[in-house]
Each structure stands twice: as C-alpha cells, then as structure tokens.
Ligand binder design. Structure first.
Ligand code: CUO
Length: 662
C-alpha cells in the first residue's frame, strides 16, 4: 500500500515524491502497490520544539532538553481527535522528526490513547535492530539482499558474546546483559511508565513509584544469581562518586539514526561535573550528593517535605511509592525541586563520563537509553545502589511477624516436576530468528533473517500439596520465589541476604477446599513473564517462506520479563537454589476490580493497564521487609510456607527454537 500524502507535508527535498508517489515507490519496491491510502489533510499543530532535534541525532528521555521535546510531541499525538488525524500527523512527522524520538513518542501515545489500545505495532527490535546486535550483521544483510531473492536467503547468524573476550570476567554474564528480550522488557517498562509526559495521567499510574523500585530490585536480584552461577561475586554497588567506575564497556553497536557508533567507556573512568550547554545540562556531582542526602533524610525521618514546606509522614502503605517517585524522579514526585532527580541523573552522569564537557562532541553512552542501558555492567552497579537506598526505608518498617500466618492452611509438600527429573531444572542455549528487513532500507525488499542465541529452559510444573484444616473453602494467593542457597564462598546465605536475592517466579490464586488439595502450576503460566512469542514474535514459519518466522506484535502486553529467562542459567554440575512457596489469604490480598479484556499475564513486574496493581500487599511480599532475629530461611517458615532445594543444570548445547524446528 502507498499513502497519498498531502503535498505540503513533504519537506522541500522530497517534493518530487509528492508529485508521483506511485512510480517512485514502485521503482524502489520493484512492484506496483496494491492499494492507495489517502491521508487526511489537517492543520498541522506547532511542532517547532520537537523539530529542533536534528534528524540524525541521538535521542534520550534522560536528557532534559529532549524530554521537553518529547513531552510536546506526545501531547500532539495524544491530542489528535481520531485515528485518521493521528495517521495524518504521523505522515507529516515521518520525514521531519528525528526517527528515534518519533518512535518513542508514538509508542507512548499508542500505549495510552483509548482508540489505539491493543493495536499491534512492530516490535522495536525489528524497527531498530541496530540497538540490539552486532552491526556486522547489517552489512551482510545488505549483501545478501542484493544478491539473493527473499525466498533464497538463509538466516544470518549473530555471534554470541561479541562485545568482549573471555579474558573479561564480566563477559560471563553478557548473555544476560545483552539479551534482546531483557532489553526489550526494560524499554517497554519505561514506555508504559514514563517519568514525564504533558498529560500527568500518563505518569500517575497506580503504585508506579513502588513498581519502579520493585521491578529494578528484581532485575538486580536476577542478575546476582546469574553472576553466582558464573563464578562471579554479586554486584558491587556504585555509591562513591569520587571513585572511578571500574568496569569498561564497549557496546559495539552502531546507531542507524545517528550514523555513529555508540560511545564506549574505559575502565577506571571518573565521573565529572557535566557542562553540556547544547543539551541544557549543567550539573555537579555535588547535586547528586545533595539529592541523596535529602532522600536519606526523608527515609530517616519517615517523612517528606512538600514544596510549601509542610512535612507529611510516610506510611506503610504509600511510603515506598512516594519514595520511588522521588528517587526516579518522576513528574509525580512530591517535591521535584527539592529532592531533585537522583536516579535519572546518575544514568546521565555515567552516560557522559567519556565527554562531560562536550569538547569531543560525543553523544551519551548506552546508560542514557532504556533500550540499551542493561547491556552495560554499570547499570547493575548503579541500580543496586538505588536499591540499597530503598532498602534503608524497608529496614525501618516493622517486621511482618504474625501477619505472615494463614490460619488453617498448611503446605505439606512442594516439588517441581519436569523432563530433567523431580526438583531438577534444565537450561540450554537456543537459537531464535528475527526479521531485520523492517529496520533496514533494502532494495530489493523482502525478509532478511538473523539468528541469535539466548538462554532457554525446559518447562516444568510446580506441585504443591496443601492441607486446608478448616471446614470452609478458601481462596489462597500462591507466591513462588527462588533464591541462591549459598554465597560466593559456598556458605549458606543468612536470611537477611537471601531474602534480598529472592526472585519472584509466579503468583496466582488457588481455591482450597477443606482437606487435602494438590495445586499444580505450569512454569509457562508465570505472572512474571510474557510468552516467548510476545518477546520475539511467533517463530512459526510464514506460509511459503521456509525458515522464516511471523513478526512480533507489541502493545501494553509486550511488557513482561522474557520467559526464556524465567530461571537462571545454573551450572553444568547443577547449581543449588531454594524454591519457596507461601500461601496467603486472598481476602487480605485482593483488589476488587474487573480484569475482563485486560492483559494481565505479566502483572508482577508490569502491573495491569488501566487497573490497579492486582495485589494489595507490598511488592515483593513477604521478603520486602527484614525479619530481625531470623538467622536462616528455615526459621522464617510458618505452616503456610514451604521450601525445596532445586538443582539448575545447564547443558552447553544449542537447539533451534522448537517451533522453527518443526
Ligand atoms: Cu530502568 Cu534506571 O530505571 O534504568
């Protein structure tokens, strides 16, 4: 199809295209378009601010000036009265607005406009494949597409671990940091929960500050287990801004928008004050330190100060949410001018550490873009510090104590069944396929496939025996977590450390009749993850195109931890982890709301669109608070809880994804 675009929408240099779009495009595509789509001629709103960003520049919402531009553009997209007007403004913007900013703002608008909810747009990895893979693959793709027709192109293989050698210890967890699904999840989360937008309703979602804390806390906990599986110490928090950043990162990514390579950072780089007038950034390290002091003061006094000087207490229910918004910071921070922008600006300081004063005209590094930030080892050092600051608050809360008990409910056994045998989980490498064509301007056109390697596991089933000793049927919330058994030295983890390493695996409700109940839950139904197909697209073959998968769609439902990383890699010998289950009383947990038609299968880290977070308990419950005096997990357990040691066995073989294999 070809869009019939009003002539005045075209920038001067493309005017010729306006006069004869069909012949120009059919020359380019090598085929006649099947249909014409007229684009409504509307009065174009003022776009001068977003148009200030050059077409070929990097864009980041962390850069205050870019944020202002994006806010304006999101407002414009949100303000279009119907879909046709939205399409029209997109046609106008397409050739004028920085493509990366355009994609960001349109994605936010599509996620938040009532008339575009549920609309599928191509997954980001297919529109901007340059953000996820070795640029060498694009050169090859171009070669192939020139020589071979669409049906004859064999998939290209993206090398595994291409960013550093095995001499670099951090490289042992590159499969996690540079995983396409992990980075898509992170980008998607920040699209669903932007920290700024003209329309405050886009920011002001139920418990978004708490979710900011919890989702990132879980990322660090997950990363730490992967590190332990790979003989690396747990992440060291980065908090002394006078200390050099030890970790180097050389992303080896080319930005197609900017036509440049993403900047790298040497080992031992110091953070320095930032003075980059072009981006309206003038910040001192002492600003970060001051914001941190104020945050810590809020935690210690258990209160926050409003802009009018009035102090309000932090209560057990909303305290963490308020602190999350202050910390990030988001537009709903209770006092942004006082508490500042600690977390976001930490990203910015690290992202400009290679060129703090813009003398070398270098853009920011990966740390300033949520689509690529998780690739950098510093991401985890920064966020584990952020988490420590949140934990300071959590340590001040009273322990749950008796609130953990569910009278009459006893978990009598817990186990896992799967192809690797009872209580053994199995992981391996898997090859999946993506279409690069959408993100590249090929002639002649047609799909070009790239194969990449990622971790995968065999699916399994949790089997939980529950005895309801009351004479009434009740509803329980089943909460499943996993943590490492030992520390780096092989010593059992003390409870207070282990609880902070608990990763959520699933949470669901189960009816419990009087007497014995067997609750079976499949790993694929996890409330943490989205199915593989929603991360990477349906890997089933396209009819008539052997070896080529269907494309992935994307909407709110695209938010969720990638299922292929539900469990850590483990080791060849079998890595010991502790599986934990708790059943709490649904009457105390439930949130009355209608979930019909909403996508709620990855609510644990992403919430539910237009709804409340579907669990009244604190996120991470029961492990979000300390339990002073509890030395080991065994002493924490009440009747409604159980643990089981599992072994995660990694097999170093690579399989083609099951659906492609067929
Ligand atoms: Cu997601 Cu720091 O918030 O990267």
């Amino acid at each position: 199809a070809v869009f019939e675009i009003p002539e005045h929408y075209y920038p001067e240099k493309y005017k010729e295209l306006a006069n004869n779009p069909i012949s120009m495009l059919s020359d380019r595509l090598g085929e006649e378009p099947a249909r014409m789509i007229p684009v409504r001629n509307i009065e174009i709103p003022d776009l001068s601010l977003p148009m200030e960003l050059p077409f070929n520049e990097q864009f980041s919402v962390f850069i205050p000036k870019h944020q202002l531009m994006a806010t304006r553009l999101i407002d414009v997209f949100m303000g279009m009265k119907d879909l046709e007007d939205l399409q029209s403004i997109c046609a106008y913007c397409q050739l004028r607005i920085n493509p990366y900013m355009f994609n960001y703002c349109l994605s936010v608008a599509i996620l938040h406009r009532p008339d575009t909810k549920g609309m599928d747009i191509p997954t980001f990895v297919e529109t901007f494949p340059d953000m996820f893979m070795d640029p060498k693959v694009f050169r090859k793709a171009r070669e192939i597409s020139n020589v071979l027709g669409p049906g004859e192109r064999m998939p290209l293989t993206i090398p595994v671990n291409f960013t550093a050698s095995d001499e670099e210890p951090e490289q042992r967890v590159a499969y996690f940091r540079e995983d396409i699904g992990v980075n898509l999840h992170h980008r998607h989360w920040h699209l669903v929960y932007p920290f700024d937008a003209g329309d405050i309703a886009i920011v002001d979602k139920d418990r978004r500050g708490e979710l900011f804390y919890y989702m990132h806390q879980q990322v660090i906990a997950r990363f730490d287990i992967e590190r332990l599986c790979n003989d690396l110490p747990r992440v060291k928090r980065y908090f002394d801004f006078k200390e050099p950043v030890e970790e180097a990162y050389f992303p080896k990514l080319d930005s197609m928008v900017a036509g440049r390579t993403w900047p790298y950072r040497h080992a031992g780089t110091m953070l320095r004050d930032l003075d980059r007038p072009l981006e309206l950034i003038k910040l001192e390290i002492s600003d970060l330190e001051r914001w941190r002091e104020r945050f810590i003061h809020a935690v210690e006094s258990s209160s926050v100060m409003l802009p009018n000087g009035v102090t309000i207490p932090l209560d057990e229910e909303t305290g963490i949410d308020i602190l999350g918004n202050i910390m990030e910071s988001s537009a709903i921070s209770v006092n942004r001018s006082y508490y500042g922008n600690f977390h976001n600006m930490g990203h910015v300081f690290i992202s400009y550490s290679h060129d703090p004063d813009h003398h070398h005209l270098e853009p920011f590094s990966v740390m300033a873009d949520s689509a690529v930030a998780m690739r950098d080892p510093t991401f985890y050092r920064w966020h584990s510090y952020i988490d420590d600051l949140f934990q300071l608050y959590k340590y001040n809360l009273p322990p749950y104590g008796d609130k953990l008990i569910f009278p009459g409910i006893q978990v009598s056994s817990l186990k896992v069944e799967g192809p690797a045998g009872d209580n053994t989980l199995s992981t391996f490498w898997e090859l999946s396929t993506l279409d690069l064509a959408r993100g590249m301007d090929f002639t002649p056109r047609g799909a070009v496939f790239a194969r990449f390697t990622h971790l995968q596991h065999e699916e399994f089933t949790y089997v939980i025996e529950v005895n309801n000793t009351t004479d009434k049927s009740v509803m329980g919330t089943v909460r499943l977590f996993m943590a490492p058994r030992d520390d780096e030295e092989g010593n059992p983890l003390p409870f207070d450390e282990q609880r902070r390493h608990m990763i959520e695996l699933d949470k669901f409700t189960a009816p419990l009749s009087p007497g014995k109940n067997t609750v079976r839950q499949r790993s694929v139904d996890s409330s943490v993850t989205i199915p593989y197909e929603r991360t990477f697209g349906d890997q089933r073959e396209r009819p008539g195109d052997p070896g080529t998968p269907e494309s992935a769609g994307f909407d709110f439902c695209g938010c969720g931890w990638p299922h292929h990383l539900l469990i850590p890699k483990g080791t060849k010998e079998g890595y010991p982890v502790i599986l934990f289950v708790m059943i709490s009383n649904w009457d105390d947990d439930k949130v009355e709301q209608d979930l019909v038609g909403s996508c709620n299968d990855a609510a644990s880290y992403c919430g539910i669109r237009d709804r409340k977070y579907p669990d009244r308990r604190a996120m991470g419950f029961p492990f979000d608070r300390a339990a002073p005096g509890t030395a080991a997990l065994a002493h924490f357990l009440s009747h409604n809880m159980a643990v089981r040691e599992l072994s995660i066995r990694f097999t170093d073989t690579t399989k083609l994804h099951a659906k492609t294999r067929r």
